[in-house]
Design a protein around this ligand. Structure first.
Ligand SMILES: *Cc1c(COP(=O)(O)O)cnc(C)c1O
Length: 395
């Protein structure tokens, strides 16, 4: 390999380190859970997307194990050549039924679902209007389409309306509004009732990526549209968060949309079929989740208890009820120092700072889980209070 190339790569890595943005990965030596084994210790885990605590659930592990015995390990094919199993169609039908859409189509991940969605559905005569805080995969998916691109400031409905007007004045044939159902850095919900009303006024479609909601927001956990009682035209989501935590994504929507994606979506056509263990466990997860009012109640009880405890201790939080609860440190170094101190005290958290969040808005993003106990939370709160004082986040 030519030396100048590797020198260039090393210089980029050095820059990342010098900016304090280098990400280190700590190893977990147990299953994912409310407590995990890391570096020889059991620590409380407040940074997984394991909202309902299903990532090590025996029913999912059993379903996956049985499916490997009946259906093998992998498909060694894309879906359309010889990779579609009965389990794939069962899961697609089951997801559609759960989400209240006509059909759905599976992808290797929601990153692929979002990467796949826009290019086949929208042409150069069309427009897509995207929230500025949308997930990276939506941004990339939109880049891959030939549609005209418009962007509105996060949840700013006046700006959304201005962009809808601009798209219509530009003569767009079809207009699609794309939004996360929940913005993951803040735990804020998209304003779906207002978005729906504006979409209807300007004859636009609404696409919602509900990764941080499906399984626990709204009745039976059907997501943010169900939470608000509004209709989304197209939904995308993941099996990698509340629905078991393994891997896999989907697009759910009207039959012709799903049918066209099956013909044209490149990440579907040119990437391997989901393995049987994951599809079967996805089916088991949906059965569990649909009936899991107890887990959803525990999740939101934990969120209320954790939020109240942090507020009483004097931390600055972002408002809301979602189980994503960001603790603001504002300063990036404080966020990192506090996360490191918390790990010493037996609590695993992630700190986020520029460029992931705006400058001066560094934070520790905590996430609740239905299986955390009151003892876990009270122990974590004591650690937060101590680490907060030691690092100057608390006075
Ligand atoms: C996590 C996430 C994704 C990616 O999902 P994967 O299935 O892990 O690829 C996409 N969009 C949003 C909003 C997410 O939070």
């Amino acid at each position: 390999m030519p030396a100048p190339f590797l020198d260039h790569i090393r210089a980029t890595l050095d820059e990342i380190r010098a900016d304090g943005l280098f990400k280190h990965e700590r190893q977990i030596t147990s299953a994912q859970g409310a407590r995990v084994e890391m570096e020889g210790r059991r620590v409380i885990n407040l940074c997984a997307n394991n909202y309902l605590g299903l990532a090590d659930h025996p029913a999912l592990v059993d379903a996956a194990t049985r499916a490997m015995q009946d259906h093998g390990f992998g498909l060694a094919s894309v879906r359309f050549i010889c990779g579609t199993q009965d389990l794939h169609r069962q899961l697609e039908t089951r997801l559609a039924q759960y989400l209240g859409t006509e059909d759905s189509i599976l992808f290797a991940a929601c990153f692929d679902a979002n990467g796949a969605l826009f290019e086949p559905l929208l042409g150069p005569q069309d427009a897509v209007i995207s929230d500025a805080l949308n997930h990276a995969s939506i941004i990339d998916g939109i880049r891959l389409s030939k549609a005209r691109r418009f962007r509105f400031a996060n949840s700013d409905m006046d700006d959304l309306e201005a962009q809808l007007q601009a798209a219509r004045q530009g003569g767009a044939r079809h207009v699609m509004i794309a939004t996360d159902g929940v913005f993951s850095m803040d735990g804020y919900l998209a304003k779906l009732p207002e978005i729906r009303a504006l979409a209807d006024r300007y004859d636009a479609l609404v696409m919602v990526d509900d990764c941080h909601a499906t399984g626990f927001m709204g009745p039976q956990g059907r997501g943010t549209p169900a939470h608000f009682g509004v209709r989304a035209d197209i939904l995308t989501g993941t099996l990698g968060k509340a629905l078991g935590g393994a891997l896999g994504g989907y697009v759910a929507g009207p039959q012709p949309v799903v049918d066209l994606l099956r013909q044209r979506a490149r990440p579907y056509l040119f990437s391997n079929a989901l393995p049987p263990a994951i599809t079967a466990a996805g089916l088991a997860a949906l059965d569990l989740v649909e009936a899991a009012d107890d887990l959803r109640a525990a999740l939101f009880d934990n969120a209320a208890h954790w939020r109240a405890g942090l507020a009483d201790a004097g931390f600055t939080l972002l408002p809301g009820d979602h189980p994503i609860i960001p603790v603001m440190t504002h300063d990036a170094h404080r966020a990192q120092a506090m996360a490191a101190r918390l790990f010493d005290l037996g609590v695993h958290v992630a700190s986020f700072f520029y460029p992931v969040v705006p400058k001066g808005q560094a934070r520790i993003r905590t996430q609740m889980n239905a299986r955390l106990t009151r003892d876990d939370l009270d122990e974590a709160l004591a650690a937060f209070t101590r680490a907060g004082r030691e690092t100057g986040v608390l006075p």
